[in-house]
Design a protein. Structure first.
Length: 427
């Protein structure tokens, strides 16, 4: 209990309950205008203080030991524990729960454009040691598989695999260790782009499902250019059988993660390079049907879109509308990838919040990203898991968070595609 006295004639008593609610008790003797001003000022200050306290998450170090000989600390919320749930994998990327509650994950193997990718199924959970005892290769020889997902059509479950060049699906039955039936290719995508010497191209494809439709994000072929193929820098919408393909949204340079939450489509975006150390933002977007989000003609900074001078002439030529504001943003080059919405999570600090993996800048000296954050509002985020970067050089990296998935109301997984590790965090 905290007793805050505004004057001899007025006292304000604030009782904090265990559920973070508060009750105000006022004792009045003489309520004059001066007391009223002091009262409301005190109430405002207490409200601001409580808001700041509710956003702040206290982190504490936890030791991590990997079989490859690495030892380091990660910072996680106080009161939580962390375990290595699986390790010794390659470039472990995105996760998905199957209809029978199993965990699947993709592996792009390395940073090269390759056809060695895999999809794993993780089984035999050891509750004592908080790890999976069995990792089985469900599919292999895949072309940069970034994401896997599950969807049911007319009572039949399917597993969808997003590779650089195509989206395909297989029938899925509970307990499958290998695909059932033949592969069906639903859509094809460009599988080439500019050399990294010229800013690179975006070879990941991401998935989302909603109301009988499949959504796929296709990144740009370059850092900044006017595309010759309409499919580049878009989010596609189609039926689960690959028919009725439409452009849901355009002008999206590289949305590595898309997800429907409460009937709204959200996406993390990659701002382009070579515009400076602190610009543009990497946006967090609520993507709406039929909208153009600016790339390559605009860039985002502090939620708003700004015209790029060198592309001004194209805006009129192609009749590009002014982009919608971003929901929020992350510091330039922090590289937001996977995210999840922690619906009804038991911890009030994380409940009904977006947790986003900031993969981190390849220019390590910037020290941007390399943490998992809780996005709150605008360009403000709160660290939830950090410690992946210990300095300003490549050798100071001990991980790069890629994807996060809420397991239940008290725990979550996240992947590290730098060391090929799956982590489990619980309370």
């Amino acid at each position: 209990m905290t007793d805050v006295r505004c004057s001899e004639d007025l006292s304000l008593v604030w009782y904090f309950s265990s559920s973070n609610f508060a009750f105000l008790v006022f004792k009045f003797k003489i309520f004059n205008p001066m007391n009223a001003k002091l009262f409301f000022l005190t109430l405002l200050l207490l409200s601001i203080q409580q808001t700041l306290l509710s956003q702040k998450i206290i982190l504490e170090p936890k030791p991590i030991t990997l079989k490859k000989g690495m030892n380091f600390d990660l910072l996680i919320p106080k009161g939580y524990n962390i375990s290595v749930a699986a390790e010794g994998l390659g470039r472990l990327r995105f996760m998905a729960k199957s209809p029978d509650g199993r965990l699947f994950a993709t592996d792009m193997i390395n940073l090269e454009d390759n056809k060695k990718g895999k999809v794993y199924v993780l089984d035999n959970w050891n509750e004592t040691e908080k790890r999976f005892e069995k990792v089985t290769t469900f599919l292999d020889s895949l072309h940069n598989p970034n994401q896997v997902g599950f969807y049911s059509v007319a009572g039949q479950n399917f597993i969808f695999i997003a590779e650089t060049h195509q989206l395909s699906a297989y029938i899925y039955f509970n307990g499958d260790m290998k695909p059932s039936g033949k592969q069906k290719v639903l859509a094809t995508f460009p599988d080439y782009g500019l050399s990294y010497k010229y800013g690179g191209w975006h070879l990941t494809r991401s998935l989302a499902f909603h109301n009988g439709k499949v959504y796929v994000s296709v990144g740009s072929s370059c850092n900044s250019c006017v595309e010759k193929e309409e499919i580049r820098a878009t989010i596609l919408e189609m039926n689960p059988d690959g028919t009725d393909v439409n452009y849901f949204a355009k002008g999206l340079r590289n949305c590595v993660a898309i997800k429907w939450v409460n009937d709204k489509l959200y996406a993390t975006g990659m701002g382009e390079d070579l515009l400076g150390q602190d610009k543009p933002d990497d946006p967090f977007l609520q993507v709406e049907r039929g909208k153009h989000y600016g790339w390559p003609y605009y860039y985002y900074y502090k939620r708003k879109a700004f015209v790029k001078d060198t592309f001004q002439k194209y805006i009129t030529q192609f009749k590009i509308p002014y982009p919608p504001n971003a929901l929020g943003g992350f510091v330039a080059h922090s590289a937001p990838l996977g995210f999840d919405y922690f619906k009804n999570f038991n911890d009030f600090a994380l409940k009904n919040s977006f947790l986003v993996c900031l993969h981190g800048s390849t220019s390590v000296w910037r020290q941007h990203g390399y943490e998992i954050v809780k996005w709150t509002k605008g360009n403000y985020s709160v660290p939830v898991v950090s410690g992946f970067l210990k300095g300003k050089t490549d050798k100071d990296r001990v991980g790069r968070p890629c994807d996060i998935l809420m397991k239940d109301a008290n725990s979550f997984y996240f992947t590290d595609d730098y060391n090929g590790v799956l982590y489990y965090v619980w309370k």
